[in-house]
Design a protein around this ligand. Structure first.
Ligand code: DGY
Length: 325
């Protein structure tokens, strides 16, 4: 008998066929009110869940007494209560590695777009306002040779450091829980305390996961340490930053600009002050959003789920404490 699973993400035909060959799939295409009702109805029988961008809290998962595994199509696992899942021996897996380079590309796109004012000036052309040669009012700032500050030196931080060091000749500064000698060797990177990094970097880039420890890590006090000509980049999670404090720092030109792919609440509210600040480039959480990478992530999640449901240890198990042979 095939195990019932709930899929709350559209898959390519080949991945769908693979999943259907091994499981009995309930597909929920849209997690609106109807979709959530469908999910609640399917949870009592579900052995597996596969999808992304849904907060699966205890109130929902208590409806799923037979659940064995959740395969998240994401690297971030802040939507899950890992202690709860481990207590229930539900295996949680994610999709690291396959999205590292693409997410670092997004980070660098935001660095370039913000420093060189690409979006603002492209809009000026589109709005037919390019009527004479541009002058200092529209100049940006250099990226090459500037100090790249990375907070959170995991896989994505390293991929960003690689781009900055080899591609743009940028001195790399970083802050993480512990120094990483190998990173320092490869990218000639310098480990700094958070305070020192904020004071020294031209670009402050967040690439760390959202956890109880990192929530609100960057607030008014931290932003006040940044240089007035520095640029803030966030490709991790919005809640790592006090968004109101960031808005004030940008509004008051305490810092030069921000490139933001993630926000405290997503989608970003239509009346967010971030939308009316010219020194902000905001993108709709596109970190890993390329055709190739999203397909690779979905494939990885399918592999993880099928392994878990077969009693094997998934390659990307987040909570090994829940795994029993
Ligand atoms: C992730 O994988 O966690 C990304 O933020 C989703 O694109």
């Amino acid at each position: 008998m095939k195990k019932p699973i709930v899929l709350y993400k559209r898959l390519s035909p080949s991945l769908m066929a693979r999943l259907q060959a091994h499981t009995q799939v309930t597909l929920i295409e849209d997690l609106g009110d109807d979709g959530m009702a469908q999910l609640r109805a399917a949870l009592p029988e579900a052995r597996g869940l596969l999808g992304a961008s849904l907060k699966l809290d205890a109130a929902l998962l208590d409806l799923a007494p037979r659940l064995e595994a959740i395969a998240s199509v994401s690297v971030g696992v802040d939507n899950y209560d890992i202690d709860y899942l481990s207590r229930r021996r539900i295996l949680l897996s994610n999709t690291p590695d396959v999205l590292t380079e693409t997410t670092a590309d997004t980070g660098f796109a935001l660095i370039l777009a913000t420093a060189r004012r690409v979006v603002e000036l492209a809009n000026l052309v589109r709005d037919r306002q390019w009527t004479r040669n541009i002058g200092p009012l529209h100049f940006g700032s250099d990226v090459h040779g500037k100090k790249l500050g990375i907070i959170g030196m995991g896989r994505i931080g390293e991929a960003l450091a690689q781009r900055g060091h080899f591609g743009f000749g940028m001195p790399v500064l970083y802050h993480s829980q512990t120094p990483k000698p190998e990173v320092e060797r490869r990218f000639n990177a310098r480990y700094l305390g958070l305070r020192e990094l904020l004071q020294e970097a031209d670009f402050v880039c967040l690439t760390l996961p959202l956890t109880a420890q990192t929530q609100g890590l960057i607030g008014a006090g931290e932003l006040a340490l940044m240089r007035p000509d520095s640029i803030f980049i966030n490709i991790s999670r919005g809640k790592v930053v006090d968004e109101q404090a960031l808005i004030e720092a940008l509004h008051n030109h305490r810092i030069r600009g921000a490139g933001l792919d993630v926000f405290e609440h997503e989608p970003l509210a239509m009346d967010s002050p971030l939308l009316s600040l010219a020194n902000v480039v905001a993108t709709p959480h596109i970190g890993s959003a390329t055709h190739e990478t999203r397909e690779a992530m979905a494939r990885c999640a399918v592999d993880n789920l099928l392994a878990a449901l077969a009693g094997e240890r998934p390659s990307n198990l987040v909570n090994p404490q829940a795994y029993q042979h």
